[in-house]
Design a protein around this ligand. Structure first.
Ligand code: NAD
Length: 476
């Protein structure tokens, strides 16, 4: 396992020699340490990316696509070791980590195909010959969160490199080792020096340089709305192009025609991925009164049956929270809901796991939730299912849309007219109908309102790294 950063094709330490420790959230074991980079090293990464840009952008599209396929192949060959490292530093069950490696790979495959299909456009204008073409924006930056350490990186690296941008990635402090392992595979796959650069460390000094340097032309950020806002403010100086994939607070609407058993299966799959630490997890269950009680009982039974533990242990389906602050926030949200009158149907506290840190929260179902509860207004980012009842579609839609966020929304129903309407009125960038996994690499993914803007996936993901140029020739 490497513990260095990648700048201009070389594996380097911080100038100061300082490092940050990486701990296993399930056990508190020290699993590695990574360079704590500062401004000077970050500037060298920008130098490298800027220097490598012209040659990378000039490479034939087929050659860049071939490199992306090679990255995907290296990831496939190293699936088990990447997944084991991810579970060690992030905590998710091993099967989920393996699935994340596959998901991440798919972004390279999709970007490689999509970039080969990009074509110039020629709108008809009398008396002129017009060519609209796209070119890469230049040096791009990716700042990623800890909850999906490889997938979040892949969603940004794949489109940037596909279109000819060069890049600097800064992974989250909690999960830098997966990013380093990924960068190592990218180098093995033939990514030239300077095209992909990786810096780890505390975010502020790194971000300061990245936001000040006018050679950086694009920032793609996934993380909290609060940090997204800050980056937008600071990126204004250079009119930085931004993609912001921010917090979510997804509703799941369960209509009266839903089959309770399959509704619960969908709810479980969507809710408990990564222990509820997923931006598109349903955080508000809005259930028709006619099936409310049976849905709540079945959801509680399935939730209670999840097996908490260290992600590498067989049969484990629920890992730890990422850190103490995360589990404390979950506890606060549960206590607040109960104080304000919610009914605790199952869970509600910590779960002791033998030989592990005290960082596991029980899967928790809260019925009778109301709008003033924190779990109904804020992202809990944990294994908590707050439930409310509704009487008709109008009320369900109103409840669903009563949030400043707008990343994902889910509905369980089979009525075509209702499905059509939900697609038009639910305020979210991604809507899953009877679908617990609406985020796949071939389709656009991203939020609206306080969940940010910009899209990842398919050709829409490429557009974020391209600028459109119109060449207008008179008399053509
Ligand atoms: P975070 O905003 O604290 O951190 C995300 C990244 O930003 C990390 O790399 C961190 O080091 C960096 N960062 C923190 N402060 C910074 C600063 N001042 N300047 C520059 N970079 C800074 O978020 P988190 O706690 O790691 O992740 C959880 C959040 O991410 C949740 O809100 C979740 O919903 C969101 N998320 C969104 C999506 C999406 O696609 N919309 C996906 C995953 C997670």
């Amino acid at each position: 396992m490497r513990e260095a950063n990648l700048i201009d094709g070389a594996w380097v330490a911080a100038d100061s020699g300082r490092t940050l420790e990486v701990l296993d959230p399930a056990t508190d074991a020290l699993i590695g340490s990574v360079p704590a980079m500062g401004g000077a090293e970050t500037r060298r990464a920008v130098d490298a990316a800027a220097g490598a840009f012209p040659a990378w952008a000039a490479r034939p599209v087929e050659a860049r696509a071939a490199t992306l396929h090679a990255i995907s192949a290296r990831m496939a060959a190293n699936r088990s070791s990447l997944a084991a490292l991810m579970t060690a530093e992030q905590g998710k069950p091993l099967a989920e980590a393996e699935a994340e490696v596959d998901y991440a790979r798919s972004f390279f495959e999709v970007a490689a195909s999509a970039v080969e299909m990009l074509e110039d456009e020629h709108p008809e204008v009398p008396g002129k010959a017009i060519r609209v073409h796209r070119r890469p924006v230049g040096v791009a930056v990716a700042i990623t969160p800890w909850n999906f350490p490889i997938a979040m990186l892949a969603k940004k690296v794949a489109p940037a490199l596909a279109v000819g941008c060069t890049q600097i990635v800064k992974p989250a402090e909690q999960t830098p080792l997966s990013a380093i392992a990924f960068a190592e595979l990218a180098v093995e796959a033939g990514v030239p020096a300077g095209v992909l650069n990786l810096v780890t460390g505390e975010p502020a000094p790194i971000a300061e340089v990245l936001l000040e340097d006018a050679r950086v032309r694009k920032l793609s950020f996934t993380g909290s709305t609060e940090v997204g806002r800050l980056l937008m403010r600071e990126g204004a100086t250079n009119l930085l192009r931004l993609s912001l994939e921010l917090g979510g607070h997804a509703p799941m609407l369960v209509f009266e025609d839903a089959d309770v058993e399959s509704a619960v299966r969908i709810a479980m799959a969507a809710k408990y991925r990564n222990g509820g630490q997923t931006c598109i997890c349903p955080n508000r269950f809005i259930v028709h009164e006619s099936i409310h009680d049976s849905f709540v009982a079945a959801l509680a039974a399935s939730s209670a049956a999840l097996v908490s533990g260290i992600g590498t242990q067989p049969g484990v389906t629920l890992g730890p929270m990422i850190d103490d602050a995360a589990i404390e926030k979950v506890e606060e949200h549960v206590a607040d809901a109960i104080r304000l009158g919610a009914t605790l149907v199952t869970g509600g506290g910590r779960r002791r796991v033998a030989g592990a840190a005290d960082r596991f929260h029980e899967p928790t179902v809260l019925a009778g939730c109301t709008g003033e509860m924190r779990c109904w207004r804020e992202e809990t980012f944990g294994p908590v299912c707050p439930v409310r009842m509704f009487r008709d579609d109008e009320e369900a839609i109103e409840l669903a849309n009563d949030s400043e966020y707008g990343l994902a929304a889910y509905a369980i129903t089979s009525e075509p007219a209702r499905i059509e309407r939900l697609g038009a009125v639910l305020r979210a960038g991604v809507i899953g109908i009877n679908d617990p996994g609406p985020a796949v690499a071939a389709v656009p993914f991203g939020g609206i309102r306080h969940s940010g803007f910009g899209r990842e996936g398919g050709r829409w993901g490429l557009e974020e790294y391209l600028e459109i140029v119109t060449v207008s020739q008179a008399g053509g």
